[in-house]
Design a protein around this ligand. Structure first.
Ligand SMILES: [Cu+2]
Length: 469
């Protein structure tokens, strides 16, 4: 294994590496209490520097929070300390822990009160690019999120360095900074309801609230994070959408993207010009630094609203090169977009032959799932061992990224081997997506839209395992 691959150049890694536990490859210690060596994650009020404006927010010390990185089969141990003035929990987005570790207040655990703590501990057998975030009310809309990477025991991909890029929409703490880089298609307080807004028919829109800033790794476009590459290097980018209300298009000027993982799960490599990520979705891509040098725009464009986010790809030896203008838009954003139909799972779910044991047809309408809004909603009942199929048809005007806790599902595509994911975006105005999963993780799990405003408005159902007969 080349040494360079071990140099994790994640832009959040400086904070993360010093906090890493259990990443030595030696495995968890057999002796001592389980909290020994636990990563301490403190949720507290803080300030984040947005291009020179220090604005108040809540976070885990930095925005994003420290990168948590471990290897497949190791045990995640996080000691959460709550120094916020209200309850909190941590959810491990995309991981499939036992139900009691899933971090959903009132469903899988008691909320963690101010001044209290909670120990999260579970094995992480599946490698991938994941995220952690608070799961109480709109806390995610602040800075309470971070990246979580589980490395495989044996890395099959060859690359020289890697970066994690977390894309976010931001308004926290900006109330006193009106006009600070603000550009929004909706006025402040122009709160929409999914499904009855005036979007043009062909618009791709994931939300409608006002977000003055779009951040990449906690930084606005005027203070863009920088990825560096030597000519000829191959970079791995883990691109994650942690926004509350914004779907993004993502491209690197002058470079193409080879998709290797969807929501952390491996797919047959597909080379595209741009990604589209609904909230909660992640893609791993390889980027060949095939240009002779220069500084290149990594463009992050919100779907269906104004605003702009970016990072920069800088070739070493190009320090004197002029950086692209802040708003320079890569032409690749209009190129070939990744689609679920193009993606073929390298490790499909072991679905049996025949037909699903249970099927649910769920219309997404407004902020209802199957005609019901939580908490006035029936659980979607499954039995341990079931092969379950969800078919979603979206009749609203918003695109809805639907996220299932505790399970990976397989998206049904023409190939019969669609990508294995945990969040899937259902297009608006008649868009339809079907996925299958195996009910092998008993408990009560959330199935919800990852637009947190939609979720707060009730776009959530519980998937509940029947008690064993
Ligand atoms: Cu939604």
């Amino acid at each position: 294994m080349p040494a360079t691959r071990r140099q994790f150049l994640g832009l959040t890694a400086a904070a993360g590496l010093s906090l890493l536990t259990g990443c030595s490859g030696r495995g968890p210690s057999a002796a001592g209490p389980s909290t020994a060596g636990a990563l301490r994650l403190t949720a507290a009020p803080m300030r984040v520097d947005l291009a020179g404006h220090a604005v108040p927010t809540w976070g885990y010390g930095t925005v994003p929070g420290p990168e948590i990185r471990l290897r497949a089969g190791e045990t995640l141990r996080v000691q959460l300390a709550n120094e916020l003035p209200e309850d909190t929990t941590v959810h491990w987005h995309g991981l499939t822990p036992p139900n009691g570790m899933d971090g959903v207040p009132g469903i899988t655990q008691d909320p963690v009160a101010p001044g209290e703590g909670f120990s999260y501990e579970f094995e992480t057998p599946v490698a991938g690019s994941f995220m952690y975030h608070a799961h109480v009310g709109m806390q995610l809309d602040r800075g309470l999120y971070g990246p979580l990477v589980v490395e495989p025991r044996t890395e099959e991909l060859a690359y020289d360095s890697e970066y994690t890029l977390m894309l976010d929409d931001w308004r926290d703490g900006l109330d006193d900074h009106a006009g600070h880089g603000a550009e929004s298609s909706a006025g402040h307080g122009a709160e929409d309801r999914a499904g009855d807004d005036p979007d043009p028919v062909d618009a791709v829109s994931f939300g409608g609230r006002s977000y003055p800033l779009l951040l990449v790794n906690g930084r606005p476009p005027e203070d863009a994070p920088v990825l560096t590459a030597r000519p000829g290097d191959r970079l791995r980018l883990r691109v994650m959408n942690i926004a509350a209300d914004t779907g993004f298009r993502f491209a690197v000027a002058g470079h193409r993207l080879t998709v290797t993982h969807a929501d952390g799960m491996p797919v047959e490599p597909v080379t595209v010009d741009a990604l589209r990520l609904g909230m909660g979705e992640r893609y791993d891509v390889l980027v060949d630094a095939a240009q002779p040098g220069g500084v290149w725009q990594v463009g992050v464009q919100p779907e269906g609203r104004g605003g702009w986010g970016r990072a920069l790809l800088r070739y070493t030896g190009s320090e004197a090169s002029t950086a692209p203008a802040v708003a320079e838009r890569p032409a690749e954003l209009d190129g070939r977009l990744v689609s679920y139909e193009q993606l073929v799972a390298r490790e499909p779910l072991p679905l049996p032959a025949g037909a699903p044991d249970r099927s649910y047809d769920l219309t997404l309408s407004g902020t209802q799932i199957g005609g019901q809004s939580y908490p006035d909603a029936d659980p979607l009942v499954v039995s341990d061992g079931d092969w379950v199929r969800f078919t979603m048809r979206n009749t609203s005007a918003k695109w809805h990224p639907m996220h299932l806790h505790g399970h990976h599902f397989q998206v049904l595509t023409a190939s019969g081997r669609g990508p294995v994911k945990d969040t899937v975006t259902v297009p608006s105005r008649g868009g339809e997506v079907t996925f299958d999963f195996l009910a092998t993780n008993p408990g009560r799990w959330l199935f919800h839209c990852h637009n947190h405003h939609h979720m707060e408005d009730g776009m959530l159902r519980l998937v509940e395992y029947e008690p064993p007969a």
